[in-house]
Design a protein around this ligand. Structure first.
Ligand code: UDP
Length: 485
């Protein structure tokens, strides 16, 4: 019976390393701390995983706790045009991946006990029904984003015209209102297909047995209360919310770049600012020039993960990050490399971010505010400069700067306007040398402590995963014929 046996959890990730990492980390946690067995499936993207993605997956597989199985890519070429936005592509890819996922599951010798899918795989919850097993969505981000996602259906009815053109912030009951310019990418243009795909995903979320978030209870208590309040967000409160985070990657076991770490070892404590824009973020050529000047003028030590500039939107390399050779010097101001020798390090395309953030010499992080990067920064006690580019990063940056208090940010949105060198110089100095930086550093270290406690045995996040396991067992016993909506 399910009460005595080891539960087998099947986890499904949408493509993209930023999606695979949280699912893999959840899988590890379920195996190492909660006695599950796990199989992770990753829906195939049209392009091959990049070298850096493979490296991360390899690191995740060491020690070998479970299998990660790549599903064959679905052919979506006839379904989406070349102009299709990221969310459209993800959602269509995932919808078309359902037959492959079903086939993979039915090939298993024994029916799994629980299905956990990520946000963009929410349309796979139905497979949990077909198998008559409990099913959950892991929304690997924070409560505010979940609240907006769930409430978007209501906003769709209430708000006329584009969200970005609203004169007032968008009210979400019980939560902080969202400034029009901060709305997530799929809400930027209501006539675009990706808006409708996003709305559709949002309607699926409450159909699972619960939603897992990558935060801990004490990070956003009010917003969690709003999500759990049956009256507030239109009855969504009946769906249990499990704040099980922060689950982040551990440092890579063998540090892959000795030159980088040899250099870091020689720098004073908390003296280096780390500059990186996530798995797919890129800057325009003009913005890249300003960042170079700003860093140089700040006279602070830095590590900068440098990517070729884009002329498109900031998510230009989402589906193919880390590939191709990089002639770094050609993007930088004349003489920059020589003038910053010994003060700064340029790393092409991809750095072992968690190892860098964990190093005692690193004292600041200029970040695009992806949620994994944010958590990695907090768990290493590193204050941030929020530099949001795309997806939900503008909301994350606002949350970090205005509610949680672990980041400062430029006056303009970097996704809209170029941030000039003088402002960048100031931001870097504010976080690295000014008194303000010390106050933020203290705040982030308090949060770091709270987060670590939540993950310990008897901590809230640990307990929420215990509860998840219990809830699975009860469901499996209670409803052997499956749960119906
Ligand atoms: N990452 C890394 N090296 C890089 C860039 C990114 O290791 O040079 C990792 C980072 O540590 C994080 C993930 O990639 O775990 C990015 O996830 P996040 O949610 O921050 O942002 P995304 O880029 O997916 O929007």
């Amino acid at each position: 019976t399910p009460s005595s046996q080891k539960l087998h959890a099947v986890l499904l990730s949408s493509p993209g390393i930023g999606h695979v990492i949280p699912i893999v980390e959840l899988g590890k946690r379920l195996v190492t701390h909660h006695g599950f067995s796990v199989t992770v499936y990753v829906a195939g993207a049209a392009s091959q995983p990049t070298a850096s993605e493979n490296k991360i997956i390899e690191a995740a597989m060491n020690p070998n706790l479970f299998d990660i199985i790549q599903l064959p890519p679905a052919d979506i070429s006839g379904l989406v045009g070349p102009e299709a936005k990221v969310v459209t592509r993800l959602c269509v890819m995932m919808r078309e991946a359902r037959p492959a996922f079903r086939a993979a599951l039915s090939a298993l010798a024994v029916r799994p006990d629980v299905l956990i899918v990520d946000l963009f795989s929410a349309e796979h919850l139905i497979i949990g029904d077909e198998l008559r097993i409990p099913k959950f969505v892991y929304v690997a981000t924070n409560a505010w984003l979940l609240a907006l996602t769930l409430f978007c259906q209501t906003l769709d009815k209430l708000v006329e015209g584009e969200y970005v053109d609203q004169p007032m912030p968008l009210e979400i009951p019980g939560c902080t209102a969202v400034r029009p310019e901060d709305v997530i990418d799929p809400m930027l243009d209501r006539s675009n297909q990706q808006y409708h795909e996003f709305l559709r995903i949002a309607t699926k979320l409450p159909m699972g047995d619960g939603i897992l978030l990558n935060i801990w209870e004490d990070l956003q208590p009010e917003m969690l209360a709003a999500l759990r309040d049956e009256g507030l967000l239109g009855g969504i409160g009946r769906v249990p919310i499990y704040p099980i985070g922060p689950l982040i990657r551990p440092p890579e076991p063998v540090s892959p770049d000795t030159q980088l770490f040899n250099w870091l070892d020689r720098q004073p404590s908390e003296s280096v600012i780390f500059v990186s824009f996530g798995s797919g973020g890129t800057l325009s050529a003009d913005q890249l020039t300003e960042v170079a000047w700003g860093l140089e003028l700040s006279r602070q030590r830095f590590i900068w993960v440098l990517r070729a500039p884009t002329i498109k939107s900031g998510d230009g390399s989402y589906f193919d990050s880390g590939n191709g050779s990089l002639d770094m010097l050609s993007f930088l101001p004349d003489g920059f490399f020589g003038r910053t020798q010994g003060i700064g390090l340029l790393i092409p395309n991809w750095a072992p971010q968690v190892n860098v953030l964990a190093h005692r010499a690193v004292g600041g992080f200029l970040s695009h505010c992806g949620w994994s990067s944010t958590l990695e920064s907090i768990l290493n006690g590193v204050p941030m400069i929020g530099w949001p580019l795309y997806a939900e990063q503008r909301m994350n940056a606002t949350l970090l700067a205005e509610e949680i208090g672990v980041a400062i940010r430029p006056k303009v949105l970097p996704s809209k306007k170029i941030v000039g060198r003088e402002e960048i110089r100031c931001l870097v100095r504010r976080v690295m040398v000014d008194e303000e930086g010390n106050a933020i550093r203290k705040k982030v270290k308090d949060l770091q402590e709270g987060a670590q406690e939540a993950l310990c045995k008897d901590g809230s996040s640990y307990e929420w995963l215990c509860k998840l396991k219990e809830d699975c067992k009860v469901r499996l016993l209670e409803e052997p014929t499956g749960k119906k909506h």
